[in-house]
Design a protein. Structure first.
Length: 363
């Protein structure tokens, strides 16, 4: 029997032979959220004490239930199966043991959701799988005496409004925050939803005497991705308790919860994801060498155009990708499911490009 790989599972969902854990478009249906806020390093008391009731209030107003805990023992297969998404709310340090980590990995691989808020990126540095899930690890933040204040007002560039988490945000979102610097820049590996403009504040961090080097622009602070079978979203906002009374912050977090729960569309496909998918399909013999070369060429060229801010040419190349997938990927039911998966992913990238183009044209 053919090995049922992760791409095959995704293809089966597209083909209709199996259902995802929480179908997109189920916004009217109730769902269940687990908020986890255990800390094993610095404790963000304000974030936890204000963020937890804020998320519960969002649930009460938007037809989802919220359980909150700092007890890592809830990370079992049976208990996690109760929830459509898990929020890591200002966690820090090593908060799960090996057994609990295994349960959470299986939960995500089974189609579960994850939302990391603020110091969720300052968590589980020795667990590489989690590092991939969150997208980037925390490095430092401003707060160097005589150099950079810890809390600064800065401007955030929102990259499109085509997700529930960004729908209500302005193109240029100006607010105070403890702006995080990350050890790596996830740009290109995830769908970046918002970048903080380093030209609008002093980003030098505390980890180096005199201030660490800035990350440089673009400097992501919110992103999402399809990860290991599940849905992942991270946002760096949320240090102070008062931030959880900001309507735009609450709208951003609500959208992220609904997206990761599968209650709203999770349109977070990235060029990197599709590149990796093509490689897996080729390695597993599901794509011919010629089809792989042709599709990879169009995808790579579209990615370059996208990175340069040329959405219309990128869209044209993605449309060529779709045409070639339909022309070159043929065969049995499994092959047709692969073809439809590739078409679906490219269609999601086109929607992303059109979202960005619409935003530009509206200015």
């Amino acid at each position: 029997m053919r090995k049922f790989t992760k791409w095959a599972m995704a293809a089966a969902v597209v083909a209709g032979s199996m259902a995802p854990i929480a179908p997109a478009g189920a916004a009217a249906e109730s769902f269940d959220v687990l908020v986890f806020s255990k800390t094993a390093a610095f404790r963000h008391t304000e974030c936890i004490n204000s963020g937890t009731p804020a998320i519960k209030a969002l649930g009460a107003a938007n037809n989802f239930t919220v359980d909150s805990t700092e007890d890592a023992a809830v990370f079992t297969d049976a208990n996690l199966a109760k929830y459509e998404t898990v929020v890591f709310l200002c966690t820090t340090g090593n908060v799960l043991n090996d057994t609990q980590q295994g349960a959470f990995e299986r939960y995500i691989q089974g189609g579960g959701g994850y939302l990391g808020v603020h110091s969720a990126s300052d968590t589980e540095y020795d667990w590489a799988w989690y590092g991939g899930l969150v997208g980037a690890y925390f490095r430092d933040h401003p707060g160097v005496p005589g150099v950079s204040p810890q809390f600064q007002v800065a401007s955030v560039d929102v990259l499109g409004h085509g997700t529930p988490a960004t729908a209500e945000l302005p193109d240029r979102w100006t607010r105070e925050e403890e702006w995080y610097n990350f050890r790596t820049n996830p740009t290109g590996k995830v769908r970046v939803l918002a970048n903080v403009d380093e030209n609008t504040y002093n980003p030098r961090g505390y980890s180096v005497p005199g201030g660490s080097a800035p990350m440089g622009n673009p400097h992501p602070i919110s992103w999402c991705q399809n990860y290991d079978g599940g849905r992942s979203f991270y946002t760096a906002v949320g240090h102070k308790g008062v931030y959880f009374s900001e309507p735009l912050v609450l709208s951003h977090i609500l959208g992220a919860i609904e997206m990761t729960a599968g209650a709203e569309e999770f349109n977070c496909t990235s060029y990197s994801e599709v590149t990796n998918l093509l490689g897996d399909l080729k390695d597993e013999g599901r794509l011919s060498a010629s089809a792989y070369a042709s599709l990879s060429d169009r995808l790579q060229r579209a990615s370059v155009k996208s990175a340069a801010g040329h959405e219309v040419p990128a869209t044209g190349l993605l449309e060529q990708f779709i045409a070639k997938a339909r022309n070159q990927v043929k065969g049995d039911a499994d092959d047709l499911a692969v073809r439809e998966l590739l078409v679906q992913k490219a269609t999601q990238l086109i929607a992303w490009e059109q979202d960005l183009d619409d935003q530009e044209n509206a200015k």
